[in-house]
Design a protein around this ligand. Structure first.
Ligand SMILES: Cc1ncc(COP(=O)(O)O)c(C=O)c1O
Length: 348
C-alpha cells in the first residue's frame, strides 16, 4: 500500500486496478442535495435500500463499510480470532493477507497457477483445508489476473465446509459474463464489494458486506469501534450515484473493451511476455519470460516515466500487473514505452 500510495505515480500510470475516477460534475449532484449530518445509525436508510436493491438481498444482510477495504477488515476480524486458521489464495491482493496477519490468524495458502490461467480449483482448496480452517478467502474477479470463476466453481468451494469470503470488488467488470454474486448461493458465503474499482467512484468510499443477518449484526457492532458513523455527504452522494450506475457501467464497458483490445495487440507483439487473456476485467498479469521484473520496473519508471505493479507485491516476482482502466491514449503510450523498456533489456 505505501508503494501504491507513494511510488506508483508516473506520467503513464498503468499501475492502477480501477477505472478512471469520475468527477463530481459528471454526476447529477447539486449542493442542495447534500447535508453535513444525518440519520445514520446502523446504516443510512436510503443507502441501505439502494445497496440491498443493487445486491438483490434484504437490508438485514447488508453492512455498509468504508470501501471494500473496511468491508474485508470487518469480515476477517469478525470471523477470526488470533490463532484461527484462514486459507487464502496465492497470489492475492496483499491487504487481504496483511489483515489476516494483523488479526494474528494462522495463514495457509492454496495456489492459483499461471499455467491454469489463475483459475480457482476447488480440489486444490479441498486439499489445503484442515479441520481447523475457519475461513477460505478468494477474489472474483481475481486480483491481479482478472480470472473469473463461474457459479459452479464458487458453489463447489462453498461445499468444502468452512465459510468463504468472496471479494467481488471487480466482479461487475465481467459485465454479462459475471455469475450471480456468491451472496445469493447460501449463508456460507460472505461477499465484499464497493463502488470503487469498476465504477470509478473510489472517493465516495461506498463499500459493503453481504452476510447472513446474525453475522451482519456482529459486523455492525465491530464497526462501532472503527468507522462508527460514515461521512453523511458521501452517503447522500452514494445514493444518487446508485441511480447512475447503468450509465456509468455502459461507459466503463466501452472504455475497457477498447483498452483491452490495445493491451491484446501489445501482447501479440511481444514474445517475451506470456499472459492469460480474458475478455473482461481491469488488469492483466503477464509473466516476463526473460530478465528481471525488478530491473524492468526500475527502467520503465526512470527512463520512460511509466509504472506497472511489480509482481513481488503479489508474491510472484517474475510477473507484473498492468491496469487498463485509464484513458486509451495514455494507455497506448504507456504500452509503447513498456515495449521500449523490454527491448532495452534484450539489448543490455
Ligand atoms: C481485491 C481487492 N479488494 C479490495 C480492494 C480495496 O477496495 P476499496 O477501494 O473499495 O477499499 C482492492 C484494491 O485494490 C482490491 O484489489
Amino acid at each position: 500500500m505505501p508503494w501504491a500510495k507513494l511510488r506508483s505515480h508516473a506520467q503513464f500510470n498503468l499501475a492502477t486496478s480501477g477505472v478512471a475516477h469520475w468527477k463530481l460534475r459528471d454526476l447529477p449532484i447539486k449542493i442542495e442535495d447534500l447535508e453535513i449530518s444525518g440519520l445514520s445509525k446502523y446504516g443510512f436508510e436510503p443507502l441501505q435500500r439502494a445497496l440491498a436493491k443493487h445486491c438483490g438481498v434484504t437490508e438485514d444482510r447488508i453492512v455498509a463499510a468504508t470501501g471494500t477495504s473496511m468491508a474485508n477488515y470487518l469480515t476477517l476480524a469478525t470471523l477470526l480470532k488470533p490463532g484461527d486458521e484462514v486459507l487464502i489464495e496465492e497470489p492475492t491482493y496483499e491487504l487481504l493477507l496483511a489483515v489476516a496477519k494483523h488479526i494474528g490468524a494462522t495463514i495457509s495458502r492454496f495456489p492459483r497457477t499461471h499455467e491454469s490461467g489463475f483459475a480457482l480449483d476447488p480440489q486444490a482448496i479441498k486439499r489445503a483445508v484442515t479441520p481447523r480452517t475457519k475461513l477460505i478467502v478468494i477474489a472474483n474477479l481475481h486480483n491481479p489476473s482478472s480470472a473469473l470463476a463461474d457459479e459452479a466453481t464458487i458453489r463447489a468451494i462453498g461445499e468444502i465446509g468452512p465459510r468463504v469470503l468472496v471479494d467481488e470488488v471487480y466482479l461487475d467488470a465481467a459485465f454479462e459474463r459475471a455469475p450471480r454474486s456468491a451472496a445469493l448461493l447460501g449463508d456460507q458465503f460472505v461477499v465484499t464489494s464497493s463502488l470503487t474499482k469498476v465504477y470509478g467512484l473510489s472517493g465516495l468510499r461506498c463499500g459493503w458486506i453481504i452476510a447472513e443477518p446474525e453475522l451482519a449484526r456482529a459486523m455492525w457492532r465491530l464497526n462501532d469501534l472503527l468507522g462508527v458513523i460514515p461521512a453523511h455527504m458521501a452517503e447522500l452522494a452514494s445514493v444518487i450515484a446508485f441511480g447512475e450506475l447503468p450509465r456509468i457501467l455502459a461507459n466503463v464497458r466501452e472504455r475497457l473493451d477498447k483498452n483491452r483490445a490495445a493491451l491484446h495487440r501489445f501482447f501479440d507483439s511481444r514474445a517475451d511476455l506470456e499472459a492469460p487473456r480474458f475478455p473482461f476485467g481491469t488488469t492483466a498479469f503477464p509473466k516476463l519470460l526473460r530478465g528481471s521484473v525488478a530491473s524492468l520496473c526500475e527502467r520503465l519508471r526512470n527512463k520512460y516515466n511509466t509504472t506497472v505493479v511489480p509482481g513481488e507485491f503479489f508474491e510472484m516476482p517474475d510477473h507484473f500487473r498492468i491496469g487498463i482502466g485509464g484513458d486509451l491514449e495514455p494507455l497506448e503510450e504507456g504500452l509503447r514505452r513498456l515495449g521500449a523498456a523490454l527491448d532495452d533489456m534484450m539489448e543490455s
